[in-house]
Write a protein that binds this ligand. Structure first.
Ligand code: AMP
Length: 211
């Protein structure tokens, strides 16, 4: 199964991807996670990406296409994968097509902007293991501390209010046109992402025909 998860930042792509990884046994490919790893390690890709990420802008297509090409060569991608946050531009989608990547479906998780602003404002992330919490909807057991590894939680730089608005604008301008792109290929599936995590998981599995 090769899947693309589409949706604005904060729609819950990462959460849905985690659930699908468990059900399908294929890896999640999150370009955001790969880039954050590169930033943390101070690699050339990380140094280049950081400026764009901190501003809430998209990292240039050539960087992303290179990173993804390398990731797809790993043996664990043999049976499929779930793209989370990739492609984000028509150029990136065309690059996947040109590389011969045939996807089964592009699943768009639909969430209105007001809800995204509410969600991302309360998001807290573990800088060590990447676990994600929300001060209201998914608080950690001890305030400010990661349940999984005990590290102090942070607000991602790109989750500050100005950056969130910029990321949303970028989503509508650059990424949302991908819905039409995959619709024209007969691959677009949409699900309502406004309900609880459990409801959205159920809607996702149902839409993909996974029991
Ligand atoms: P995410 O965790 O998916 O929200 O990604 C965090 C940031 O990484 C984004 O705001 C972009 O700056 C960058 N990024 C992640 N994936 C891509 C992509 N496919 N194309 C361009 N930039 C990306």
């Amino acid at each position: 199964m090769r899947l693309i998860l589409l949706g604005p930042p904060g729609a819950g792509k990462g959460t849905q991807a985690e659930e699908l990884v468990k059900r399908l046994g294929v890896p999640q490919i999150s370009t955001g996670d790969i880039l954050r790893g590169a930033v943390k390690q101070g690699t050339p890709v990380g140094l280049k990406a950081k400026l764009y990420m901190d501003a809430g802008d998209l990292v240039p297509d050539d960087v992303i296409i290179g990173v993804v090409k390398e990731r797809l060569m790993s043996p664990d991608c043999g049976n499929g994968y779930i793209f989370d946050g990739m492609p984000r531009t028509i150029n990136q989608a065309e690059a996947l097509d040109e590389q011969g990547v045939v996807i089964d479906a592009a699943l768009s998780i639909e969430v209105p902007d007001e809800e995204i602003l509410r969600r991302l404002g309360g998001r807290r992330t573990c800088p060590e293991c990447g676990a994600v919490y929300h001060v209201v909807t998914k608080p950690p057991l001890a305030p400010g501390i990661c349940d999984a590894c005990g590290a102090a939680l942070i607000t991602r730089k790109d989750d500050d209010p100005d950056t969130i608005s910029n990321r949303l604008m970028t989503y509508h301008k650059e990424t949302e046109p991908l819905k039409a792109y995959y619709k024209s290929q007969g691959k677009l599936i949409t699900v309502n992402g406004v309900g609880s995590v459990g409801e959205t998981v159920a809607a996702t599995l149902d839409a993909l025909g996974i029991a």
